[in-house]
Write a protein of this length. Structure first.
Length: 120
């Protein structure tokens, strides 16, 4: 099956989305929003260590990419929700997070030993 986009082609517009999605903060925000919409402050609490400025910039990028939508309720209350496209990517990223959790004991063992992991 031929696809209209190729992330391995340096001229493909999908490369920009890859850059946006695999950014540490974007990935964490997408996974944070997977279960329900969040207000800005809820998202900041969930994604520990992100500054308000970086969170605002990340949400703007994800909204511009069509992965997150900004929903205004009654004038002042704003929530951020995954779009269907954002949900697909967030689910994939959640799998990466789970894989990281699974391999962390080995990663920590290697770090503690100061050795290089065996590639086999």
């Amino acid at each position: 099956m031929t696809r209209p986009f190729d992330v391995f082609d340096h001229d493909c517009p999908s490369r920009e989305i890859v850059d946006d999605v695999v950014d540490r903060w974007s990935a964490l925000v997408l996974v944070a929003l997977i279960d329900s919409p969040h207000r800005f402050s809820e998202t900041a609490r969930t994604v520990g260590g992100i500054s308000d400025r970086m969170l605002a910039r990340t949400l703007t990028t994800l909204t511009t990419d069509g992965l997150v939508t900004r929903i205004e309720h009654s004038g002042q209350r704003v929530e951020y929700r995954l779009t269907e496209a954002g949900r697909r990517i967030a689910v994939a990223l959640q799998g990466v997070v789970e894989a990281i959790y699974d391999v962390m004991p080995e990663v920590m063992r290697v770090h503690d030993a100061g050795t290089v992991a065996d590639p086999t």
